[in-house]
Design a protein. Sequence first.
Length: 147
Amino acid sequence: MESFLIDHGLLSLFLLSLLAATLLPMGSEWLLVTLILQGFSVTQVVVVATLGNVLGAFVTYGIGIWGSGLLMEKILRVDEKQSARAMALYQRYGTASLLFAWLPIIGDPLCLVAGILRLQPLLFLVLVSIGKFGRYAFIAMLTSAHV
């Protein structure tokens, strides 16, 4: 029974992390912290959250490649102002700006712009993964220090 709860908790974290990076205006950090406080493996929790969030970023990247304006505005809720801000950041800092794809408000548009500009998928994966892993690892480290 306990292993089911562990698997269920990690599955919930994966799904929440994925959705937080795509459709829903919510965060997954609260569940990451909760699971650590409940004794889940910090490594597992960080890896699962990162995988879910990176997969969600790839969905947004795919919408940039293949999506229409309707998908971008209705599903991702990325308006012209957010897109313009993301494009300006992307043009100013280049692909390195994807290290900040974890940021609220600007992260999804950065992934969208990367798709629109047809950034090489492997480069996208590496940069987004570094940023998202770093965020979750930092939160986990802070949480573990207080347990």
